[in-house]
Every structure is written in structure tokens, then in C-alpha cells.
Design a protein around this ligand. Structure first.
Ligand code: MSP
Length: 515
């Protein structure tokens, strides 16, 4: 049977990790963990993208050999995954031999199949953006006057990085042969590029990309890369090299690769949509391979409404934030606040506010109150008394103290797994978390509404009500705890342990059995 295969982008090692990288990796990891809770699926991947001129320049700026520099920064990305409890099925580095072999094989695959029509060598000239490692058309660049120097600069419209006129002999790929096929795929399969905002961007990009694509660089200019097989004067285009990492991990071209390929989902940021939803499908079609099932593109974290990026020097260090609010607390914040469809503005103060409001005040308070000796002197998981939560033929509660709000809460707990699953299947983790927190909030309200601390456990009627309230609160917390496992496993474990829920009962099936 095929393994569920989700990928993250492989990150450039021209600088250390920041929270934008952590966010995309966390999305992919949480999606896998959620899949594992609901249906037992497993697999995730992460790694580093190590070739190309900007990595070479960064190594030189640090007075290091490129590979030594890559070893150092790649280790930081691995550390980030470890620190944030993100398990990787495979941590790929593009400087590995296995990857070079796959890329060169893939190159031959594209070349053999489409030699006449799609790949040939020609002189290419155009605007080149080194930061993005890409040629750009006239419509993709803009003239901007530098506020400080007053000089006019040409920049990429999309990324804001400078471009320069470059002329060289490259292997060319007839991208135009595949544009219509890809457009058809995007239009006919609504999940292929997700969410809808990203899909519309891709349709626009497909309209813009009609010409050929240069898929190599002169090795004299870009020596840090994988050579074109049989032509050492050329280096394979770093984006083709990088994209093929998704195949390297599957063992391609060994036949076993079909156990993993096609990928179920590529998680990326919108900044690299063009490469994943236009170039990558075209390369795969040229090589006669299946397309990934889905590409999920999330918007960016911004600081003062400007994209957080290493080149702008406005990045937030995930390690520092983990030291301040714990790795899980910070991951919780990212998932709670991050929205696929909109950029999210980062404020450190907001991190503390969100964690305090949700984890400390709502979840923590609710648990502490429900397990406190005062409310629950025998420290037990008391029974739920169906009799008092019973309505008569006129729809009135038999026990006048039970209100519609109590019934609504019980329904909310029962529906929570289904609701959370709907949101998580769309990668809207923030909505799933919102549902979970509103259950915990309502659980708190139930204690309040009935002034549970005033009930007299020696009075039989009060005892029935008190036990039912505690049971209802515990049930809300138990179901929430099970569903939080893919998101904040350490805290979820603490919560479930405090409620005495054995490991074997922390399952999806058990989350669906309440009341
Ligand atoms: N190496 C390429 C990807 C190759 S994949 C075959 C690359 N690397 S990157 O390090 O520059 O960024 C990769 C990804 O990091 C982005 O696509 C995005 O998912 C994430 N982010 C980088 N900055 C980000 C934000 N400010 N906010 C959210 N995510 C961001 O591109």
C-alpha cells in the first residue's frame, strides 16, 4: 500500500532558520500527525537546499568553504526540527550523492523524452534575479528609486530582490508545451492547488509563462551545483535540482519509488508557487511522471506588514522564542494565528497574549478547577447522570437547574471531533483550535453557571448535579486533549495524564465516544 507522503520545502542554507520556515514545517508535520490520529497515516519530510550562487556567496561572506558552510547551517535546520518535536521521515540535503544521482537521472529523463521539442541548448539573455535564482520577463520587474541613495534600481515585482541583465548559453526547456495541460489540471481538479487564492495566482502565472525556461547555468558563473550529465560547462538549474528532492526521497528511479510517489501534498509558501505549480508539473510531465496530488500554499508571516525574510533582516528566531515560551507554546501560537489565505502580522506581545489566554486561562484554569479537591474531594471521574439531563414530553428539563446552555455544551463536545476534522482536513488548524478552546471555555462556564463550588455533596440531589457537571467538564477536556495530541503533544499528554486517561484510550475512536 502507498505511504501518505507530505513534503515541506527544503530550506536555503544561505542563512539560519526563522519562524517562516518553522511555520511551513509545522503545518506539514501537524497535517501528518492529524492524519495519523484519524486514520493511522504517517510520513513527513524536511531538508535543506544547498546549491546555487546565493549559498556560494553566503559561504564566501562567512569565509568558509561552501560545503563546510552548508554542513553548519543545515545542522541548524535539523536542530530546529528536533527542538520543536518535528519528526522527519528523511532529512534530505541536496549536496548528498544520492540526490545528485537522482537529479542527473531526472535530467536525462526529460531530455530523452523531449529532446527535440523541449530541451536544447541556446543563447539566453534576460533579467536574472540571483536571490530567487530565476530569470524574469520585463513584466515581472519594476524600476524603484532607492529612498536613501536616490538611485534607480530594477527589482523583481514579486520578491523585491534586485535583478541584473545576464546573457549566457543555457539548456532550454519548452515550458510552453505544458502550460495548457497544467492549466487544465488546475481548473479541473479544485484541490490540486489549494486554497482558492493560490489557485488563482497559479492561473495568472500560467498566463504569464509562455516562453521557454532556462534549465541550466554556465558553470563558470554558478559552479556550486550539479553538473549537466555529459556537459561539465553547465550546471543544472538550482530549482530543477531542488524540486527533484521530492523524488530522491522516494528512491526514484528504483521501482519502489511508487510506494511514495505521487506525493500526497507539497506544503509551500506562496512565494514559491511558480516553481511548484508551474515548473515542477512541467518537468514531471516531460519526464513521464505523475503529478503530486496537492500543492498547499500558505501566506507569509510579516513584521510591520512587510514579509519576514532573511534578506530584509527582519526575521524572528524560533530558538529564542522556544526558550521564552517553550517550543510547544510557540508552535501552538503559530498554528493558532497562522491562516493559509492571509498574511499574518507577527508581534511578540501577541505570542504571550495568545498563550496566556488559551493555554493558561482557558485550558489550564478549567483543568485546575475541575480536579481541585474542593470540587472533587474524592479525585474521581464521576458518572454522568442521564436522569437529571433528561427532558420531559414538553421539552422541559426534569431538573429545573439544567438549562439549554448545558445541553448545547454536551452537543458541542459530541460534535467536536467531527468539526475539528473538517477544519484540519482543509489545513485550517486555527479553526480547529478555536473549536477546541471554545469547548474548554464552555466547560468553565458550566462550572460558573451552576456555582458548582456551592453545591453540597452531602445532599443527594446536589451530588447528582455536581457529579454530572464534573463529568461533563472532564469529557470536554478529555476529547480536547485527544484532539490536541497532533498539535501540542506534550501538553496534551499532561492534560490526559491528569485526567487519568490511559495511552490506549487516547484514540480517535475514543474521542468520538462521549456522553
Ligand atoms: N529552497 C527554496 C525551496 C525549494 S523547495 C523544492 C526556498 N527556500 S527558502 O528557505 O527561501 O524558503 C522556503 C519556504 O519557507 C517558503 O516557501 C515558505 O514556505 C517558508 N517561508 C519563508 N519565509 C516565510 C515567511 N515570512 N512566512 C511564512 N513562510 C515563509 O525557497
Amino acid at each position: 500500500s502507498k505511504t501518505y507522503y507530505a513534503t515541506t520545502p527544503i530550506y536555503y542554507v544561505n542563512s539560519v532558520p526563522h519562524i517562516g520556515h518553522l511555520y511551513t514545517t509545522t503545518l506539514a508535520h501537524t497535517a501528518c500527525q492529524w492524519g495519523q490520529l484519524v486514520s493511522g497515516t504517517e510520513c513527513r519530510l524536511t531538508g535543506t537546499d544547498e546549491y546555487g550562487s546565493k549559498v556560494m556567496k553566503a559561504a564566501a561572506a562567512n569565509k568558509m568553504e561552501p560545503l563546510d558552510y552548508c554542513n553548519k547551517i543545515s545542522a541548524r535546520f535539523k536542530d530546529m526540527s528536533d527542538k520543536f518535536g518535528i519528526q522527519y521521515y528523511d532529512f534530505i540535503r541536496t549536496t548528498e550523492g544520492r540526490h545528485r544521482d537522482t537529479v542527473q537521472h531526472f535530467w536525462e529523463g526529460c531530455k530523452i523524452l523531449f529532446h527535440i521539442n523541449s530541451t536544447w541548448s541556446s543563447s539566453y539573455e534576460g533579467w536574472y534575479c540571483t536571490s530567487d535564482e530565476t530569470f524574469l520577463t520585463d513584466s515581472q520587474i519594476e524600476e524603484v528609486v532607492d529612498k536613501h541613495t536616490g538611485k534607480t534600481q530594477l527589482l523583481s515585482r514579486d520578491s523585491g530582490h534586485p535583478v541584473e541583465w545576464t546573457k549566457e548559453t543555457n539548456y532550454m526547456f519548452s515550458l510552453s508545451l505544458f502550460i495548457d495541460i497544467i492549466r487544465e489540471k488546475v481548473l479541473s481538479d479544485p484541490n490540486f492547488v489549494y486554497p482558492a487564492k493560490a489557485k488563482n495566482t497559479v492561473l495568472r502565472l500560467l498566463d504569464e509563462h509562455t516562453g521557454d525556461l532556462s534549465v541550466s547555468r554556465e558553470s563558470s558563473r554558478v559552479p556550486w551545483g550539479i553538473p549537466v550529465p555529459g556537459d561539465p560547462t553547465q550546471t543544472i538549474y538550482v530549482w530543477m535540482d531542488a524540486l527533484v528532492n521530492y523524488l530522491t526521497v522516494t528512491g526514484y528511479p528504483d521501482t519502489g519509488y511508487v510506494k511514495m510517489w505521487p506525493a500526497d501534498v507539497h506544503f509551500i509558501g506562496v512565494d514559491i508557487l511558480k516553481f511548484h505549480a508551474v515548473f515542477w508539473p512541467a518537468f514531471l510531465l516531460a519526464a513521464g511522471l505523475e503529478l503530486p496530488k496537492q500543492i498547499v500554499a500558505s501566506c507569509h508571516w510579516t513584521i510591520e506588514n512587510s514579509k519576514m525574510s532573511k534578506s530584509k533582516g527582519n526575521v524572528v528566531d524560533p530558538f529564542k522564542m522556544a526558550d521564552s515560551v517553550t517550543a510547544e507554546g510557540f508552535k501552538y501560537f503559530l498554528l493558532r494565528q497562522g491562516v493559509l489565505e492571509h498574511d499574518c502580522n507577527y508581534r511578540e506581545q501577541l505570542v504571550y497574549e495568545v498563550i496566556n489566554a488559551d493555554i493558561v486561562n482557558i485550558l489550564g484554569n478549567c483543568l485546575n478547577r475541575a480536579v481541585a479537591k474542593r470540587l472533587n474531594p474524592q479525585q474521581k471521574y464521576p458518572p454522568f447522570n442521564k436522569e437529571i439531563f433528561n427532558k420531559d414530553e414538553n421539552g422541559n428539563c426534569r431538573d429545573g437547574r439544567i438549562t439549554d446552555l448545558d445541553f448545547a455544551y454536551i452537543e458541542q463536545v459530541k460534535k467536536l471531533p467531527e468539526m475539528a476534522n473538517i477544519h484540519c482536513s482543509k489545513f485550517h488548524f486555527y479553526n480547529a483550535i478555536f473549536e477546541m478552546m471554545s469547548v474548554a471555555r464552555e466547560a468553565n462556564m458550566m462550572i460558573h453557571r451552576h456555582e458548582a463550588w456551592k453545591l453540597d455533596s452531602k445532599d443527594p440531589a446536589d451530588l447528582l448535579l455536581l457529579e454530572s457537571i464534573i463529568h461533563s467538564v472532564f469529557e470536554g477536556l478529555r476529547v480536547t486533549g485527544i484532539l490536541l495530541q497532533p498539535i501540542i503533544p506534550i501538553l496534551a499528554d499532561k492534560l490526559l495524564t491528569r485526567l487519568n486517561i490511559p495511552q490506549s484510550e487516547r484514540t480517535w475512536a475514543k474521542a468520538n465516544e462521549s456522553f
